[in-house]
Design a protein around this ligand. Structure first.
Ligand code: C5P
Length: 216
């Protein structure tokens, strides 16, 4: 079989480990990686920090010139931004803006890459419906809370387990139940529960699935 471009689509609720495994897979298979949540977080950041300029035209201009490298540099990981992002993500016009940016990454990535890997909430059915591999990555609320709590503490953010749990639960509710592009597991997505998996075990599991089925 000849080498072809590999497209991986991952959907997951917050703090389930999707970003970590997506990054590791992208490095291993040399894929362009996009954490799509970061774009919604970036918009939330703009809303919070430039409320006087914030409108659809302002966002259009910002997204038009947005570079992946620039997005990676921004510190968007706090819970307040995550919550605001999940509220903003309900807006049809904003989703359309973000949609175009994602499509560009998924289908027009630089030739040096062997493909792309995107993770988010609607990637498997809206952004890359023809992906070669689709995963729905999840973990128990307890494990996700602990992981996010440790992550935030490591970044020096003051918070409590209870607050983190509440924020994840609220975000889950909004993401699973919104009318436009809700988070869901599609029939053709492989379910991966990372509750009892280490980062490397999770990576190996997905890598093996991909390598077993095709020659990339
Ligand atoms: O993945 P992350 O936690 O950074 O995403 C922040 C928020 O952005 C999510 O809670 C979700 O509401 C929204 N999002 C989305 N669609 C995506 C990625 C993220 O609606 N593809």
């Amino acid at each position: 079989m000849t080498k072809k471009k590999l497209k991986i689509a991952i959907d997951s609720p917050a703090a389930a480990g999707a970003g970590t495994v997506a990054k590791a897979l992208s490095k291993y298979f040399n894929l362009l990686y996009l954490d799509t949540g970061k774009i919604y977080r970036y918009i939330a950041y703009l809303k919070k920090n430039s409320p006087e300029k914030y409108n659809l035209n302002f966002l259009k201009k910002k997204i038009k010139v947005l570079k992946l490298k620039e997005l990676e540099k921004k510190n968007l990981s706090n819970d307040e931004i995550g919550t605001l992002a999940s509220k903003i993500a309900k807006d049809k016009k904003i989703r359309k803006l973000v949609h175009n940016f994602q499509i560009n990454c998924a289908y027009r990535f630089p030739r040096k890459f062997n493909g792309c890997c995107l993770d988010g909430r609607d990637i498997t059915y809206k952004i890359i419906p023809d992906a070669n591999f689709k995963f729905f990555i999840t973990a128990s609320l307890r494990v996700r809370t602990l992981r996010r709590y440790r992550e935030l503490r490591k970044l020096g953010k003051k918070t409590t387990l209870l607050n983190v749990r509440k924020s994840i639960k609220n975000r889950d509710y909004r993401d699973f139940n919104r009318r436009i592009s809700p988070l869901k597991r599609t029939k053709d997505s492989i379910l991966i529960n990372t509750s009892n998996l280490t980062k490397s075990a999770c990576f190996l599991k997905l890598k093996n699935i991909i390598e077993k089925e095709t020659k990339y």
